[in-house]
Ligand binder design. Structure first.
Ligand SMILES: Nc1ncnc2c1ncn2[C@@H]1O[C@H](COP(=O)(O)OP(=O)(O)O)[C@@H](O)[C@H]1O
Ligand SMILES: [Mg+2]
Length: 368
């Protein structure tokens, strides 16, 4: 049992380790490698909000959670919304504020999609953790809620059966345990669970929030960045702050200490397909030559661009093409949807792109 608890909380504990040192504390013991050099910390951990007040833009959620923290109580929670909007950060911060840094490790069980979360795990691990009773005091004398928190990150990847098993545990252990489920799509969580949780929607972050956060990180890290590169980050990340920060860190490594991060660096790192390649693909579609198309498609694939990325960028292009009628665009979009599904299912990129661009070719040259 004890072994399980150690195992179960290790991911939370590991996070805690990387989280505790702020930008100014990079010289602390846990941050130093054997050679005495500071270990590089991923910026997404380094700049993860420490308290719920630090979480930007999710005002409604934060207002409710603040009240809960003041009253030392928490309902069962269900957070949903697009990736990189602060869901995981918010519950970790709230738990840390509720329990303090010491108890946090013992009181929080964090399971995400990488952990086995089938029905047997819910029946055994989650249930066992839930059944442990928790005391109501903290070593620093502050009141501490007498419950534990189980965080089920990416809960939409849990099977329906596992969710049903969870529902029973949630009900039985409600005195000693609070659950926090986190997912992207609330529709994948079964009704009986959603009705037992307070639901909170996390909004996609506004561009000005993203911009100011990214600039603040650049300042704290002492890297300079062009304004165009910030815009490129926003475009390439699609509002996902985690992706934006990851790209930023890679770019800063790429350009070194004294360089300036440029727009093209970001596009390179993010694997964005250059405009010319995309334009070439589209213009080839009006050539009505299958051989030409074959050459160009092979070319982009050899360049290493992902078909899903081409699809994403192609969408905007096709919407704005005035040589096609609405009906023709509809046919193309339907094909794109089909292609997207096939790519997700692991189909061959070359064949899928050829099929898609052949449809566009046919619509451009022979469509009515
Ligand atoms: N609302 C927010 N306010 C501040 N930082 C955020 C916010 N949303 C995301 N981030 C940043 O993005 C990173 C990933 O956030 P995370 O909470 O893991 O997203 P999610 O769980 O919603 O996918 C965090 O480390 C944090 O730096
Ligand atoms: Mg998350």
């Amino acid at each position: 049992m004890q072994a399980f608890l150690k195992g179960g909380t290790s991911s939370a504990a590991a996070k805690e380790k990387t989280q505790s040192p702020g930008p100014s504390a990079s010289g602390t013991k846990s941050q130093k490698g054997k050679d005495g050099k500071a270990k590089p910390v991923p910026w997404i951990e380094k700049y993860r909000p420490r308290s719920v007040e630090d979480v930007a833009y999710q005002d409604e959620v934060i207002a409710v959670l603040k009240k809960c923290i003041q009253g030392s109580d928490l309902p069962n929670l269900l957070f949903y919304g697009p990736p990189g909007t602060g869901k995981t950060s918010t519950i970790l911060a709230a738990a840390r504020q509720l329990f303090g840094p010491e108890l946090f490790r013992n009181r929080v069980l964090e399971l995400n999609a990488s952990d086995e979360r089938g029905i047997s795990v819910v029946r055994e691990k989650v249930k066992k953790f839930a059944q442990l009773t928790a005391g109501g005091s903290r070593s620093d004398g502050k009141p501490c809620p007498p419950f534990k928190i189980i965080i089920l990150d990416e809960a939409d990847s849990m099977t329906k059966d596992a969710q049903s098993a969870l529902r029973r545990t949630m009900e039985k252990e409600s005195k000693t345990t609070r659950f926090c489920l986190i997912c992207n799509y609330v529709s994948r969580i079964i009704g009986p669970i959603t009705s037992r949780c307070a639901k909170f929607r996390f909004k996609a972050l506004a561009t000005d929030i993203l911009t100011s956060r990214l600039k603040a990180i650049c300042e704290a890290e002492g890297v300079s960045i062009e304004d165009a590169a910030v815009d490129a980050l926003l475009a390439a990340s699609g509002g996902d702050m985690r992706r934006a920060i990851m790209y930023l860190q890679s770019a800063s490594r790429l350009c070194g200490q004294d360089g300036t991060i440029s727009q093209s660096m970001i596009f390179n790192i993010a694997g964005v397909v250059p405009e010319d390649s995309l334009d070439q693909l589209i213009s080839t579609c009006s050539s009505d030559s299958y051989e030409e198309l074959d050459k160009v498609v092979k070319n982009v694939i050899f360049e290493g661009y992902a078909a899903s990325q081409i699809l994403e960028q192609l969408f905007d292009k096709v919407v704005n093409m005035n040589t096609l009628s609405d009906q023709q665009k509809a046919i193309i979009f339907e094909k794109m949807a089909h292609t997207d599904k096939c790519l997700l299912d692991g189909a061959d990129e070359y064949l899928q792109l050829m099929a898609l661009f052949s449809t566009i070719m046919q619509q451009s040259c022979h469509g009515s």
